[in-house]
Design a protein around this ligand. Structure first.
Ligand SMILES: C[S@@+](CC[C@H](N)C(=O)[O-])C[C@H]1O[C@@H](n2cnc3c(N)ncnc32)[C@H](O)[C@@H]1O
Length: 126
């Protein structure tokens, strides 16, 4: 959903799902990442990327079969632990002085609650 050019060889798209759906309006939804992997345990060495974009699911109110869940995934179970580990992995695979971009939508969960899960931000006051 997010990409201007998902096939640009300068970028690597990782998701834990590779699947296809037909949405309620008849459009095809194709989730075809370059690499299927879990953001809580990324298959990359430390200090790999100059830029990491972390765009996790952001809603915990969705039904499993809703079109929003099909498109964007959903937060379930111990999602705070998952996001905490995701942030930690993003920071691990970033090169020193690299940039982490985090995308969030506050419909279900306020931004402050999520930023509290970022290890590096515990050192700063906001
Ligand atoms: C908001 S969507 C964004 C996807 C992508 N950035 C895009 O724009 O198409 C969040 C994605 O995170 C994926 N996801 C959820 N948990 C994950 C995990 N533990 N590891 C990797 N991907 C995960 C979901 O499958 C979902 O496709």
């Amino acid at each position: 959903m997010f990409w201007f050019d998902r096939k640009n060889p300068a970028a690597l798209f990782m998701d834990k799902r590779a699947e296809q759906h037909v949405l309620c309006d008849g459009r095809d939804l194709v989730i075809a990442p370059d690499q299927v992997a879990d953001f809580t345990d990324m298959p990359f060495p430390d200090n790999t990327f100059f830029l990491v974009v972390f765009d996790p699911p952001h809603m915990n109110s969705l039904g499993a079969n809703s079109w929003l869940a099909k498109k964007y995934g959903r937060l379930i179970g111990d999602w705070r632990d998952d996001l905490r580990e995701g942030f930690s992995e993003c920071l691990r695979v970033l090169k020193p002085n690299g940039t982490l971009v985090f995308k969030w939508n506050t419909t279900d969960i306020p931004l402050d609650e999520v930023l509290a899960l970022v290890p590096a931000l515990h050192l700063t006051s906001r």
